[in-house]
Design a protein around this ligand. Structure first.
Ligand code: C2E
Ligand code: MG
Ligand code: MG
Ligand code: MG
Length: 282
């Protein structure tokens, strides 16, 4: 009987493994054609000033509606894109599309937007990344300060000795750098001292209970003190409720994003919000 159970468990495990592997290759096969097929889109999630709800920029987030697979979320797509190398053309498309939006909005209204773009480890570590960013900015005639690159802790910690000079090169270009998902990885406050970042984004995991968790509030508070000494800005991710917004404001966070203000929006809806110019506070 014990033997049978063991075998059942093994079969379960191995069929789950097989299912995942086949999903992986199916995503990879379709992703290869997604750019040319025009199946990728960027949605834009507004970032606001917590004091008055004013829109200060947006984060570009990938969306993929595959003809064969339907909607595929970034959490399923990005790991496949990374391991297959497809993240390189996709990442370039994301950068170029974001810069194109910045340029078109400026041409139409005279105003410059600031768009934050997520950069994956593989992209960052590929030789020539800085040059690619420089060329895309130049071709789209976008001032570097309008572009922000979001990098994760694991990306920076993976090889600190290699990361720091690259970050400094990017900074020298004039683009803004943001540390994404802060608190979920291994970065201590001491490391923040060595990274030339302009903004730190506190992960949603610490925002969800900020109004009732003393330890989450304490972490946020120490980050505020450190940010003012180190002169970087703070953004809170995943604000869904007014009580979270209120607490973060008390603690001293200047910026935030989340469903309370706006979900990630298709380009046309995002631009309509920008043009309306109303504060995004409910
Ligand atoms: P992220 O960069 O930390 O992005 C924040 C995620 O939180 C997004 O999920 C966003 O839709 C979601 N979010 C925003 N506000 C709220 C909220 O109030 N509540 C909740 N529950 N969620 C909220 P999304 O779009 O599914 O993206 C997931 C991750 O995929 C991103 O995490 C990022 O790491 C990655 N990603 C997305 N687009 C790109 C891209 O163009 N390139 C790369 N390399 N990675 C990307
Ligand atoms: Mg991000
Ligand atoms: Mg994040
Ligand atoms: Mg995240």
């Amino acid at each position: 009987q014990a033997k049978l159970q063991g075998r059942d468990r093994f079969c379960f495990f191995s069929s789950d493994f097989a299912r995942r592997a086949s999903e992986h290759f199916s995503i990879e096969r379709h992703l290869r054609r997604a750019i040319e097929a025009g199946e990728l889109q960027l949605y834009y999630q507004p970032q606001v000033s917590l004091a008055d709800g004013r829109l200060v920029g947006a984060e570009a987030l990938l969306r993929w509606q595959s003809a064969e697979l339907g909607w595929v979320t970034p959490d399923r797509m990005i790991p496949v894109a990374e391991s297959s190398g497809l993240i390189l053309p996709i990442g370039q498309w994301v950068l170029a599309t974001s810069c194109d939006l910045i340029r078109r909005h400026q041409a139409a209204t005279g105003d410059w937007l600031r768009i934050a773009v997520n950069v994956s480890v593989r992209q960052f570590q590929t030789a020539g990344f800085v040059e690619t960013v420089r060329q895309i900015l130049q071709q789209s005639e976008v001032p570097p300060a309008c572009l922000e690159l979001e990098l994760t802790e694991s990306l920076m910690m993976n090889d600190v000795a290699q990361a720091i000079p690259l970050l400094e090169e990017l900074h020298a270009l004039g683009v803004a750098l943001a540390l994404d998902d802060f608190g979920t990885g291994y970065t201590s406050l001491a490391y923040l001292k060595r990274f030339p970042v302009d903004r730190v984004k506190l992960d949603r995991a610490f925002v969800t209970d900020i109004h009732r968790s003393r330890s989450d509030a304490a972490l946020a508070q120490s980050l505020v003190a450190f940010a003012s000494a180190m002169e970087f800005e703070l953004v809170a991710e995943g604000i869904e409720e007014a009580v979270q917004h209120e607490r973060l404001r008390q603690i001293g966070f200047a910026y935030g994003q989340g469903y309370l203000f706006a979900k990630p929006l298709p380009e046309a809806e995002f631009l309509a919000l920008v043009r309306a110019g109303q504060p995004l506070i409910h």
